[in-house]
Design a binder for this molecule. Structure first.
Ligand SMILES: [Zn+2]
Ligand SMILES: [Zn+2]
Length: 430
């Protein structure tokens, strides 16, 4: 299954390139040989300019770096403290680094991606803070260009229809008819799919929610519904009660500001549509303005009892067990050993993550419990991580992993910060 996916992903860019070439260039060959209405000069220019824009945007959507956190440059400490005030840490175990807000660990890119939208199989690249403008322009020009091609194809088809009673040797050859039919079918189907994707992408721009965040919003609504039935809180691992209250999405900062942020923090509307526009500034993308509807200490995503590790052995900055300084060198060495052991314990569970049972299974024996949710839609994959709550699906049947996110890390990312980092942090506070 994995090897299969690997092969498919390697074929994605060549396959899309063949598709673009088929539609953009063989259509021109068809028009040139179509005697009743050959391609006019203007039509030829328009088709080739659209094709050029599509190539440029596609190339950049595929090959622009979706971003990586410079290890030397950590996230602002104020942000870390904020997250700690809710007792939750944004620590990526795979990167061994702080996970900035809105970043997610991509399974394919193998690192945390800033403002990750999803890992796109058709570009073999992440749609992120840095690649989103290129991805959007690619969709924009394909929908525009293919829409234009569609009108040219239907014009020729209608000419053939009107002349259907003429002797066949005067009309187009069978090969031409088949070619035209193929062009119309392929162009219409692809155009419709991309048009729907473009409309949804514009939606994500207007509300400043990434595809992953839309999933998180739906997940949050489900948890709020569950909690309402169960008295305001849900049981987390180890029997801890986690209070769930409705939380506002913090990054929707007004339609115009949302658009500006999505298009790379530039007010110049011309560059929003310019295929050669520069990628967003590499220093941005790690912190984001919030709308202030929630208290500053409330973080996104909202608490999720199924995304919290078993609380055993948790440390906090104010933990009395962590000394500020060591009495002797020997103490320090011992502490170092302990820390290493704790760190390796922390890393070990990762290949054999202890999955919590699914919510429905946990409550199916509860006689008074009446679930108000529907069973998750869609078939379940033959995946070994299917039994846990991380196989929760939204109304469209998608789970977090479908967007390319590393589910093991995402669902258990509220992990303890390694002891060594905490000691450093505590020293920094003094
Ligand atoms: Zn990561
Ligand atoms: Zn990726």
């Amino acid at each position: 299954m994995l090897a299969e996916n690997f092969e498919v992903s390697r074929l994605a860019i060549p396959a899309v390139s063949v598709l673009i070439s088929f539609l953009a260039y063989t259509s021109q060959y068809f028009f040139h040989n179509f005697k009743p209405a050959p391609l006019t000069l203007d039509e030829g220019w328009a088709l080739n300019i659209f094709a050029l824009c599509i190539w440029v945007c596609y190339y950049r959507a595929c090959f622009v770096d979706p971003g990586r956190l410079d290890k030397g440059k950590s996230v602002a400490p104020s942000r870390q403290e904020k997250d700690q005030s809710t007792g939750r840490q944004r620590w990526c175990r795979r990167c061994e680094a702080y996970k900035p807000p809105r970043a997610h660990h991509c399974k394919t890119c193998k690192r945390c991606i800033p403002k990750m939208d999803h890992h796109c199989p058709w570009t073999s690249n992440c749609v992120s803070y840095f690649t989103f403008p290129h991805f959007f322009r690619f969709l924009f020009y394909t929908v525009l260009g293919m829409g234009y091609l569609e009108t040219l194809l239907w014009q020729r088809a209608s000419i053939i229809w009107h002349e259907r009673d003429m002797p066949s040797y005067l009309g187009p050859s069978v090969a031409q008819l088949v070619h035209l039919l193929l062009l119309i079918v392929v162009n219409s189907v692809t155009w419709l799919g991309l048009f729907i994707l473009l409309v949804r992408t514009i939606g994500t721009i207007l509300f400043n929610t990434t595809t992953i965040e839309s999933w998180e919003i739906e997940r949050h609504e489900t948890l709020v519904r569950r909690a309402r039935v169960l008295g305001g809180s849900l049981e987390g691992p180890g029997g801890v009660n986690i209070v769930i209250r409705k939380q506002e999405f913090p990054y929707d900062i007004g339609i115009f500001s949302n658009i500006v942020q999505a298009m790379g923090d530039t007010l110049n509307m011309f560059t929003w549509f310019w295929p050669f526009a520069a990628s967003p500034d590499r220093n941005s993308g790690w912190t984001f303005k919030t709308n202030g509807f929630e208290d500053a200490s409330v973080t996104w995503p909202p608490p999720d009892p199924d995304r919290i590790p078993i609380p055993k052995g948790s440390y906090s900055v104010n933990d009395p067990e962590i000394p500020l300084s060591y009495a002797s060198a020997r103490d320090q060495v011992e502490a170092f050993d302990r820390r290493q052991a704790a760190d390796s314990d922390r890393l070990r569970p990762y290949s054999t993550v202890q999955r919590r049972k699914r919510f429905h299974e946990r409550f199916q024996d509860e006689p008074n419990y009446d679930s108000d949710e529907d069973q998750p839609a869609g078939p379940t994959y033959g995946n070994d991580s299917d039994e846990g709550e991380e196989s929760w699906r939204n109304s469209e049947g998608e789970r977090l992993g479908d967007f390319g996110v590393d589910e093991d890390v995402e669902f258990y990312d509220e992990d303890d910060i390694p002891l060594g980092v905490l000691v450093e942090q505590r020293r920094g506070r003094q």
